[in-house]
Design a protein around this ligand. Sequence first.
Ligand code: FMN
Length: 173
Amino acid sequence: MKITVINGSARKGNTYTAIQAFLEGASAHEIEIIQPDKLNIAPCKGCNACGCFKGCVDSDDTNPMVNQLVESDLIVFTTPVYWWGMSGQLKLLIDKCYCKGAQLKNKKVGVLVVGGSPLESVQYQLIQTQFECMAKYLNWDLVFYKSYFANKRDDLQNNAEALQELKALGKNI
Ligand SMILES: Cc1cc2nc3c(=O)[nH]c(=O)nc-3n(C[C@H](O)[C@H](O)[C@H](O)COP(=O)(O)O)c2cc1C
């Protein structure tokens, strides 16, 4: 499978650790990582020139990024929790997927979320519900959704059980 992982965190912290553990398991596949904070992507202006299939009129990194997703069999969205939701850089990129939304239907999708509060927090349910709505809209097969509690930069690195689970997730994909 062609797997594209979108890293919604700009720091080499818990989301990065989760991705590395997942990729260790998924090493048999073709992997690309998109790092939104390293891209030049303007926010969606809602001009609708794309008609949800033509691509974006912006001549920044939007179209190459969306084309990478269109060519993927599995898209893994990963994010730290920021203000009870996904990070701004991930949301900005998802907004720009509107320009080829029609070609992003029927994908396999996975979601990894890392937050600084325990898993009872409503934030994980809020983010999960948002992805479930997107999945329903675009007929995605939501193959996994996993949340982890890790706050300090190296917290997840010290959680052997989580790392094992993430590796197995990648291996069994
Ligand atoms: C701007 C900002 C907002 C945050 N908001 C939340 C929040 O609403 N809930 C929470 O549990 N943690 C919040 N956190 C903590 C991060 O989710 C947590 O530290 C996470 O492990 C960061 O992941 P990273 O190491 O991959 O960047 C916030 C952190 C930042 C920088």
